[in-house]
Design a protein around this ligand. Structure first.
Ligand SMILES: *Cc1c(COP(=O)(O)O)cnc(C)c1O
Length: 232
């Protein structure tokens, strides 16, 4: 018989991995934010993580997310949408989330800005860029990023916070670092005093060390916090 899966224990392990990577790669302690990816997880699992100090949760499936957000009315939870954006779902995203990672279309950006409710602060967004030379998992092309960033930054309902990427899986840490380094270099090229782009949303359960080595400020961690998923 195996032990029941302990979310607090796994959260502690992930926090230790993040702290170790910050130390190893000379990052400021505490500068990397943990986004717990709670897609497919129950409200009880989210509340177990929240009771252990986790505040930021990432969701990918909009209807599932909206149902959980309505059920879990805790003021200390911040909801991030990390899934694929569909045009007919932008209003639900604009109304229910504090952050959107994975914005990769100007059409969606304009809709999210128009649909952001008046009483809420601007929706924080990361522009998703395809830095994977081999295979695309979404994101705009690097050559188009500067023009897109400028247009998004001008939208009143959005606040452009930085860049996000989702490279395909690689085995070695050196291979994992290459696309993350490209995202950081792109951010360094695009950043200006008016648009500092402080956020680099990159790194998941299997490659968070590589992402932190290359400057990640938010890592998006599902499996290592909540256990294996059966959606993929
Ligand atoms: C599911 C998902 C994650 C989390 O992946 P894990 O390997 O479970 O940590 C991170 N980012 C995005 C965009 C995802 O869809």
């Amino acid at each position: 018989m195996s032990e029941p899966f302990s979310i607090p224990q796994h959260l502690d392990q992930v926090r230790r991995r993040i702290a170790d990577a910050e130390l190893r790669f000379a990052r400021t302690p505490g500068s990397v934010r943990l986004l717990a990816v709670s897609k497919t997880r129950s409200a009880d699992e989210i509340l177990a993580a929240n009771a252990h100090g986790q505040r930021c949760f990432g969701e990918s499936y909009i209807q599932e997310a909206v149902d959980k957000i309505a059920a879990i009315t805790r003021a200390d939870i911040e909801w991030h949408f990390i899934g694929r954006i569909q045009s007919n779902k932008t209003r639900l995203i604009a109304e229910n989330f504090a952050w959107v990672h994975g914005l990769d279309s100007l059409k969606h950006a304009r809709r999210l800005s128009d649909q952001r409710p008046e009483g809420l602060p601007p929706l924080k967004v990361c522009l998703q860029v395809n830095v994977d030379l081999a295979r695309s998992k979404g994101g705009i092309e690097m050559a188009d990023a500067e023009a897109a960033a400028k247009e998004i930054a001008a939208l009143p309902g959005l606040s452009l916070e930085g860049l996000m990427t989702l490279p395909s899986w690689r085995e070695s840490i050196e291979a994992q670092r290459a696309p993350f380094a490209r995202l950081r270099q792109l951010r360094d090229r695009l950043a200006t005093p008016e648009l500092p782009l402080p956020t680099l949303s990159m790194g998941m359960s299997g490659d968070l060390e590589a992402a932190i080595a290359e400057g990640a400020t938010t890592v998006r961690i599902g499996t290592a916090v909540f256990g294996p998923r059966n959606d993929s």
